[in-house]
Write a protein that binds this ligand. Structure first.
Ligand code: URP
Ligand code: ZN
Ligand code: ZN
Length: 471
């Protein structure tokens, strides 16, 4: 097995920073050494990578992606191949995608379909959550089986999208009770879909068909109400760990904070789009351009305090994780399916490539510490979702490493830097005061010198353990 020394950098963890060298043996971290200590120990590495003036951090862990997701009469535009290569470019070394059981399909068939899409096609390691789109006796049994046998320890339920992925409160309670027994974690899309559908129909009937009405028909009250209801159901189901996905609104965050103060096992994530993009500046762009920014939960108004509160929530650990909810579509032919009717615009924004960059810019802006950047983008998502060897640089951990250049600059956009399979970027023109320098996946360099040098098929499926946040 070959050895690699990452020398001269500053190693950042969730708990601190220090000048240190990282010794990699094969696929794993062998040791974190004082600067120069390798030589005094007589270690002669096969390869040395100079990390002088750079930060050395655990590779990014994005626990919310949708590669090749069939939806709205089309399919999200990144395959596991294109999406994981783009992720690697952005310093991400593990994704957890959502295997999806749609109506009429068994959970096992849904999972098999996802394995088929991903196997042999990934440039970085990957795991799966399972979406339960129909809670019944069979899917409940399958949930237990997946936890015990398939390394799938988290399940996403939807309070939105009636007739598609929606579960009613009774179904949600049953799935939560099942998870409570098996030790699994429930992820919740918390929006009151029944009420939203009424508002959507009324808007279309009025002729309010532009993309911006996607947000006004999904008001914050209906995100907060669903978040509150999900929390109460989780409490009734034995305080099952509950993770609210893609949180966008202050009022929903307040529900999570109150639950946490009451001692409940409630966690939440937000995504870069809710920290940086808004209803006025993006979704309400003239003509049909706002379709580029249609996602659910929706972008919120900049005239309230949502973005500030989300940053604060990240600092205070009310929000434990930043993920991307990477669900890309091209503007041409895909987003365009909703011309004249915003409710037909495929929901989703692509961003798997830019999360580490955008959240690092939060460090530059004074919103977060470097340690919190690592914690929310790598360490906590790994720990919360049972990725035992990911998210830390410690002896025995997988040698998934991002070497970050704080003196570099990244301009995000189609022309300069963009490898996702999309014909636009939601962050076009954003400038980040830092840059991905080198990325290693299990000891193998996959990005260096502004080139992807990894291999499709290198990424392997990771069976996840139960969340080790609560034990
Ligand atoms: O708009 C979104 N979020 N699309 C992806 C599916 C989901 O609900 O996470
Ligand atoms: Zn969702
Ligand atoms: Zn999603």
């Amino acid at each position: 097995m070959s050895t690699t020394l990452l020398s001269g950098g500053v190693v950042i963890s969730a708990t601190g920073r220090r000048a240190a060298d990282v010794l990699i043996d094969g696929e794993s971290i062998a040791a974190i050494l004082a600067p120069g200590q390798a030589a005094s120990l007589g270690v002669v590495p096969d390869t040395t990578i100079d990390a002088t003036d750079k930060y050395v951090v655990p590779g990014g862990v994005d626990v919310h992606t949708h590669m090749s997701l069939p939806t709205s009469g089309t399919e999200s535009s990144d395959t596991f191949e294109t999406g994981t290569i783009a992720a690697a470019w952005g310093g991400v070394t593990t994704i957890v995608d959502f295997a999806t059981q749609t109506a009429g399909l068994s959970v096992h068939d849904g999972l098999a379909e996802w394995h088929e899409k991903a196997a042999g096609n990934c440039a970085i390691d990957y795991g799966f959550h399972q979406v339960i789109g129909g809670v019944d006796e069979e899917s409940l049994k399958a949930m237990t089986y997946l936890v015990d046998n398939e390394g799938i320890t988290s399940f996403k339920l939807f309070m939105a999208y009636p007739g598609v992925l929606y579960s009613d409160d009774g179904q949600i309670l049953r799935a939560m009770q099942n998870a409570s027994e098996s030790g699994a974690l429930i992820m919740m899309h918390a929006e009151n879909g029944i009420a939203i559908d009424v508002l959507v129909q009324q808007a279309i009937a009025r002729g309010d068909t532009d993309p911006r009405f996607h947000s006004t028909t999904r008001p914050v009250e209906l995100e907060a109400e669903a978040t509150h209801r999900a929390i109460q159901l989780a409490k009734v189901a034995g305080n099952v760990p509950l993770y609210i996905v893609h949180m966008s609104a202050s009022e929903a965050l307040a529900e999570v904070a109150a639950a946490q103060n009451a001692g409940l096992n409630v966690f939440a994530e937000t995504c870069p789009q809710y920290l940086y993009l808004s209803l006025e500046d993006h979704l309400a762009q003239p003509g049909f351009d706002g379709a580029k920014f249609v996602c659910s939960t929706p972008l919120r108004t900049k005239h309230e305090h949502h973005q500030n509160d989300l940053w604060k929530g990240l600092r205070m650990n009310q929000l434990a994780v930043v993920s991307t909810d990477h669900c890309p579509f091209c503007f041409k032919d895909q987003k365009e399916l909703g011309v004249g009717d915003f409710s037909k615009i495929p929901n989703g924004i692509g961003g798997v490539e830019h999360r580490m960059e955008l959240i690092y810019q939060g460090v530059v802006a004074g919103e977060l510490s470097l340690e919190r950047w690592v914690e929310t983008c790598s360490t906590t998502p790994a720990r919360l979702f049972g990725l035992e060897k990911k998210g830390v640089l410690e002896p025995g951990a997988d040698a998934d490493v991002l070497i970050w250049d704080p003196n570099g600059t990244t301009t995000i956009g189609v022309n300069d830097k963009h490898h996702m399979n999309m014909d636009y970027s939601a962050y076009e023109g954003f400038v980040v005061d830092g840059k991905v320098d080198t990325v290693l996946s299990r000891g193998t360099v996959i990005v260096e010198n502004d080139s992807f040098v990894g291999r499709v098929g290198h990424g392997k499926y990771i069976k996840r353990s139960l969340s080790n946040y609560l034990r």
